[in-house]
Design a binder for this molecule. Sequence first.
Ligand code: ASP
Length: 329
Amino acid sequence: MTASRIPRMALAFAATAFAIPGIGHAADPYPSRPITMVVPFAAGGPTDVVARSVAAAMSKSLGQSVVVENRLGAGGTVSASYVAKAAPDGYTILIHHNGMATAPALYSKLPYKPLSDFSFVGQVADVPMTLLGRHDLPANTLPELVSYIQKNQNKVNLANAGLGAVSQLCGMLFQKAIGVELQTIPYQGTAPALTALLGGQVDVLCDQTTQTLPHIKAEKVKLYGVTTAQRIAALPNTPTLREGGLKDFEVKVWHGIYAPKGTPPAVIDKLDGALKAALKDPAVVSRMQELGAVIVPEDKQTPEGLRTWLASEIDKWSPIIKAAGVKAD
Ligand code: ASP
């Protein structure tokens, strides 16, 4: 063995030792090519906006692009089922919201099990919702909206992003709270639903501050309240729906990042490290502030933080959805 071959062999050994088992060529360190982050709702909407900000920052620490791909349909379940069946190699990941917890109660034939068909990366950020009406709706306050709806039940419709979307959950709770059933109009995300509200084609919509704040500020929509238990910093003078008389009303949107079940722990560690770095990135921090989103504490930005939270959300919402009698199939 010549002296020059020894270091080459040592290098080859080191590359193999530090490569992640089961990922591409043994000598390819993860990630060696772009990663796809699947988003379940329309481009330009609230989930997409959070995803793109975090994906761009994760790309920096991973040294590879994290490319957002919008796979629309069935309130987010199309995307979740696509990622559940993807190769568990860290190159296909999912960002999803509360829909991961509500789908099992809504869909009897759900083709994946949220708690057992995924590996968990971590939680991302929480976003409040606002209850909005089209700008020329005669009601100006929540009590006026409730009495308007009660008198015009057959004329008022409610937009949402499909069964499994948080806009659907929020709308369902709203209808229960005021004791009416409205015609609902599903879109493939609240980006198109908000466009329809702005165009006056639909009457009422529950949607995240991440996309509603500019339209609220420009007075292009009527604002009836925030869906969180407390008022929010971005809209300090806007009452909560609770303050407006809807007892115990609370919906906030949370986000988690998932990988297919069986993704190697070393890959999950890398993704989680990149998520944590992204959530400290000044570009993400200021973007989230501007959107009214709150980055979760670091102990939630972890696989266990997400898994525990998802389990508690499934336990919380399943009985509420079942009692409301809402079913997708
Ligand atoms: N805001 C949507 C929802 O209602 C999702 C989206 O379009 O991002 O769940």
